[in-house]
Design a protein. Structure first.
Length: 617
């Protein structure tokens, strides 16, 4: 269990850790000189099978960024209040930050009890009671301690051991994420990074990615809770000896992730404004945003009209100047840029694609709403799919689920997966029906056309998905394509008068198993070769003729008869050109032309000197 000690400056947090563990967490020379905690301090105490880890955060308001970096939602909190001072401004702000970061367990510790009398202790306890009302620390135990006399220290230690015994391990079906708070070189080993495991598990030799930049990193060795380990779990402090990065590439605020992350600067979040914040939150208010160990400046964009009053809640958009990797359910603390006080904070709903549409676009707001009100993952996915196609990579990153876990959540909805998108099957069916309906309407309105061309379509389906839709409709025999035009299978284009006249002239000549070539037709009919070729190709595009080569055309019925001959030969096994020539009665060159046409259509397949049927004509 990791325990965060928070409270006002000089209220005895560091001394309390030393009394519990024997470790002085003020490691910096400046901290020792000034008697002031500036950066995060860490200590561990092994109690039988239990390892208690302590994070000592700075109490001075100037180091509030370092304080926030030491807080994670799965930690146990100790709010420290000195008996002589009682609750102070930073006591309140630290409590608010713990609350905004999603902590749910903790206790209150009164320190320096040796300096005051009993009436003063009662007075301090009463002030603490009022302070914690409505927070996650309401009703928790209050311990009286003195590091000078040792009063209450052992009672506190035993209470922490009991709390550790009741700690529930978080599910590990999420992607691994570690928020880095320190990085340093170890002689002979390389770069070591430390931080809290926010989600998922990590093991020796795992491939991870350093964010930002998505630099590949390998786990050479690791410690969890200050002990050598083969795996580390959510909620544990972890030290990872890395391979693949140098010390100048990593700093506090970076992350180690199980999968490469898309850099985002825009996030929807459920903002809770503190009741004691001195003014309403207006649109585009400059803020400091603290997410785990990361810090970025940014602005609050309101998604609904009007300001947010102190004590109010609303979904907002946080637009940051630097990329973050905040996921659904993460907590972000916001401080007012000009007032230098905590404004509020809340839970991340989802990251948003930068500049993909207007801020208050209805589809965008529906996407945000799908993550609100504590919906379970299945309900969120259901609403997202009903809203619009969803990018698979975006959904996996936002929910931070492992591939297996995400697949299990998607299974009940059976989404169609096309071009990296997840599409509701009813939407997909609707798009297909719309294409078929549009095609029928088009050919009814254009009886001389062979069908609708891709550019003719005015339908809801994005052009990104149309190729897959058309392929599926053709495979299902709901559509047919002829020379790049789409039509219903039973559609027969009406011939224009000129084409009807040409077919009347060439039809009798082509009514043979061995029809004349284009050149012979031109001589017989005394028509210019180019003009005749154009006309025959137009007839072929309307399925009145079939062009087996550039210079030879068949009537469809005659070509079907040759296909029957092929089927008869195939019944006895693979056949060659000579066998087809003898069975059909056509010349060798024409037999080759016809068989190669059948090959191109996927009706037959050549293997050396023989062929066999492999599909439908």
């Amino acid at each position: 269990m990791i325990i965060t000690l928070a409270g006002h400056v000089d209220h005895g947090k560091t001394s309390l850790v030393k009394a519990l563990t024997g470790v002085d967490t003020d490691r910096l020379e400046e901290e020792k000189r000034r008697g002031l905690t500036i950066d995060l301090g860490f200590a561990y105490q092994r109690e039988g099978e239990h390892t208690l880890g302590f994070v000592d955060v700075p109490g001075h308001h100037r180091f509030i960024g370092n304080m926030v970096a030491g807080v994670a939602s799965m930690q146990y909190a100790l709010l420290v209040v000195a008996a002589d001072d009682g609750p102070m401004p930073q006591t309140r702000e630290h409590l608010q930050i713990l609350d905004l970061n999603g902590l749910t367990r903790g206790a209150v510790v009164i320190t320096k009890t040796d300096r005051v009398d009993d009436p003063r202790l009662v007075e301090v306890e009463s002030a603490i009671f009022g302070l914690v009302q409505g927070s996650f620390l309401q009703g928790v135990p209050v311990f009286r301690t003195s590091t000078a006399s040792g009063e209450g220290v052992e009672d506190l230690r035993q209470a922490l051991i009991v709390a550790d015994q009741t700690t529930v391990e978080s599910a590990s079906d999420t992607q691994f994420r570690l928020a880095i708070d320190r990085a340093f070189n170890v002689a002979g080993s390389g770069v070591v990074v430390t931080g809290s495991v926010h989600a998922g598990e990590v093991a020796l030799d795992d491939q991870l990615y350093l964010f930002p930049g998505n630099v590949p990193v390998r786990v050479r060795s690791l410690h969890a809770q200050n002990q050598p380990a083969r795996r580390a779990h959510p909620g544990e402090r972890c030290a990872i000896n890395t391979a693949g990065i140098s010390l100048d590439e990593v700093r506090r605020g970076h992350w180690l992730l199980a999968a490469p992350a898309i850099e985002r600067r825009s996030f929807a979040m459920k903002l809770r404004v503190l009741s004691d914040f001195p003014r309403p939150v207006r649109h585009w208010l400059p803020v400091h945003a603290y997410h785990a160990t990361a810090h970025a400046t940014g602005r609050i964009a309101l998604l609904t009209p009007g300001n947010i009053e102190p004590g109010g809640e609303a979904a907002v958009e946080l637009v940051t100047d630097e990329p973050l990797t905040a996921r659904h359910g993460d907590n972000i603390v916001l401080r007012d840029h000009s007032l230098d006080v905590t404004l509020g904070g809340g839970t991340v709903l989802t990251d948003l694609e930068d500049g993909d549409m207007r801020r208050r676009n209805s589809q965008r707001l529906a996407t945000i709403a799908a993550f609100e009100h504590g919906r379970d993952v299945g309900s969120t996915i259901e609403q997202l799919l009903s809203n619009a196609p969803v990018k698979h990579a975006w959904l996996a990153q936002t929910l931070s689920l492992s591939e297996d876990a995400l697949a299990a959540e998607l299974a009940p909805f059976s989404p169609v997966q096309i071009e990296g998108y997840l599409i509701d099957p009813q939407r997909w069916q609707s798009w297909g029906d719309e294409i078929v309906t549009y095609t029928k309407t088009f050919v009814d309105e254009h009886p001389n056309a062979s069908g609708a061309r891709p550019n003719d379509y005015r339908i809801a389906a994005s052009e990104l998905f149309r190729p897959a839709l058309f392929s599926e409709l053709i495979e299902a025999k709901r559509l047919t394509t002829t020379s790049g035009a789409y039509h219903l299978p039973d559609h027969q284009a009406q011939l224009a008068p000129a084409d009807e006249a040409l077919l009347h002239k060439v039809g009798p000549l082509l009514d043979a198993d061995q029809p004349p070539s284009l050149g012979d037709l031109s001589k017989t009919l005394r028509l210019p070769l180019a003009e005749l070729e154009t006309g025959l190709r137009r007839l072929a595009g309307q399925k009145a003729l079939v062009g087996v080569t550039e210079k030879r055309f068949y009537l469809p019925d005659r070509l079907d008869a040759l296909a029957v001959c092929v089927r008869d030969l195939n019944a006895a096994g693979p056949f060659n050109v000579r066998q087809f020539r003898d069975a059909s009665g056509v010349g060798r060159n024409i037999a080759i032309d016809v068989l190669e046409y059948f090959d191109r259509r996927g009706f037959t397949r050549r293997n050396g000197d023989t062929r066999k049927i492999v599909g439908e004509l």
